[in-house]
Design a protein. Structure first.
Length: 353
C-alpha cells in the first residue's frame, strides 16, 4: 500500500520530467535547423526573461507598480515573440517587433526611474545590431537616443548629457562595424558553401538541398517538376588534347552559355566533373524540349574556338511519393541511354520506370 501511495504521489513528477525531457529533445532537434538570427532572438528572449522577471517581481513586492508593469510587459512580449519565432521560423518581422519592444521598454524605464536606469541604453543598442538589419538597427538606435536625451534634458548637467551621447554613439558605431563585418563573413561563407568555385554554378551540396526541398514540397505544388542531367560528351579528350586549363575554361563558358538559356526560376548545379543538373518547373515534355534546344545550340556553338563539343542529356519528371534518390537515378538511367545510343541526344524516363 505504501509503495502504491508513493508511486501515485511521484506520478506528477515523473510526467513532468518526461514532458521536460521531451521538450528539451525537441529543442535540441530544432536547434540544428535554426538561423543565427532566430537563435539570437530566442537567446535574447530567454536572457531577457531571466534578467528582467526577477526585477519585475521585486518591484511589485516593494510597491513600485509602474516600473513593475513596464518590466512585466517587456517579459510578456519577449515570451510571445520568442514562441512565435520558434513555432514559425519567421524572424524578420518578429525581430523588428522584438527590438522595438525592448528599446521602448528601456525608454519607458528611463521615463519612470530617471537616469539610474540609463545604463540599459548600451546593451539595448548592441542587441539591435544583432537582431535586425543594419539600417533598421541604426534607425532604432537613433530614435532611442533622441527620446532618452529629450527625457533627461532637464535633470542632468550638459556635460553629463554630452558624455552619455558620445559614449552611446561610440557603442552604436562599434556595434555597426562589427555587425557589418559579421554579415559580410556570413555571405562569403554561404557562397563558398553553396557555389562551385570553378564555374559559379550551384555545387553538389546546394543541389542536394534544393532537390530535397522540391521533393518534400511536391505534394503541395500545383505544377510538375523535372530533373535534367547534362553530361559533356568526351570531355576527357579536351583535357588530354588541350590541357586542363582549356577544360576548365570550357566548363566556365558552358555554365555562362547555360545561364543565358535558362529561365529565372531554373537553377543550374554542377554535379561533379563534367556533369550538370537543372531543375525545371514543368513536365517531362517541357524539360525535354528545353534540353534539346540547349543540345542543338551547343552543337553549333564554339565555346572554345576550333573546339566542337556536344552533350548527352537525361530527363526525369518527379513522380508522386518518389524520393530524391529514385528521381535522380531515373534521370541518370535516361542519361546512360542517351550515351549508349550514340551521345549528343536527349532521353527521357517514362513515368512508369
Amino acid at each position: 500500500m505504501t509503495s502504491l501511495t508513493t508511486q501515485l504521489s511521484e506520478e506528477p513528477r515523473i510526467k513532468g520530467f518526461i514532458l521536460l525531457t521531451s521538450l528539451m529533445s525537441r529543442l535540441g532537434r530544432e536547434h540544428k535547423n535554426l538561423e543565427p538570427v532566430e537563435e539570437f532572438i530566442l537567446f535574447q528572449g530567454l536572457m531577457g526573461v531571466l534578467a528582467i522577471l526577477p526585477f519585475a517581481v521585486w518591484r511589485f513586492w516593494s510597491g513600485n507598480i509602474e516600473q513593475g508593469m513596464v518590466d512585466l510587459l517587456i517579459v510578456v512580449f519577449m515570451v510571445v515573440i520568442g514562441a512565435y519565432v520558434f513555432a514559425t521560423g519567421r524572424y524578420r518581422l518578429a525581430g523588428i517587433i522584438f527590438t522595438m519592444t525592448y528599446s521602448l521598454g528601456m525608454v519607458l524605464s528611463v521615463y519612470v526611474r530617471g537616469t539610474e536606469l540609463l545604463f540599459w541604453a548600451y546593451p539595448v543598442t548592441l542587441a539591435c545590431y544583432f537582431t535586425v538589419r543594419l539600417k533598421e538597427a541604426t534607425a532604432i538606435s537613433l530614435m532611442c537616443l533622441a527620446l532618452v536625451t529629450w527625457l533627461i534634458r532637464d535633470i542632468v548637467e550638459p556635460s553629463e548629457m554630452l558624455r552619455f551621447v558620445v559614449t552611446y554613439v561610440l557603442v552604436a558605431m562599434f556595434a555597426f562595424i562589427f555587425a557589418r563585418r559579421v554579415h559580410h563573413d556570413r555571405v562569403r561563407l554561404s557562397v563558398a558553401a553553396t557555389v562551385d568555385s570553378l564555374t559559379g554554378a550551384g555545387n553538389r551540396r546546394a543541389m542536394d538541398d534544393e532537390i530535397e526541398s522540391v521533393v518534400s514540397s511536391f505534394s503541395r505544388r500545383s505544377m510538375p517538376v523535372s530533373l535534367v542531367l547534362f553530361d559533356i560528351d568526351h570531355f576527357k579528350r579536351i583535357n588530354d588534347n588541350h590541357g586542363h586549363g582549356v577544360g576548365d575554361q570550357f566548363l566556365q563558358r558552358f555554365v555562362e552559355f547555360m545561364q543565358v538559356l535558362l529561365r529565372r526560376n531554373e537553377k543550374l548545379f554542377r554535379l561533379g566533373g563534367e556533369e550538370f543538373v537543372v531543375i525545371v518547373e514543368g513536365d517531362v515534355q517541357e524539360a525535354q524540349n528545353l534540353a534539346d534546344q540547349i543540345r542543338h545550340l551547343l552543337e553549333k556553338t564554339r565555346l572554345i574556338p576550333g573546339l566542337s563539343v556536344t552533350v548527352s542529356v537525361g530527363v526525369a519528371q518527379l513522380r508522386e511519393k518518389e524520393d530524391s534518390r529514385d528521381w535522380m537515378k531515373r534521370a541518370d538511367d535516361a542519361l546512360y541511354r542517351a550515351k549508349h545510343y550514340g551521345r549528343n541526344q536527349v532521353c527521357s524516363a517514362t513515368t512508369t520506370e
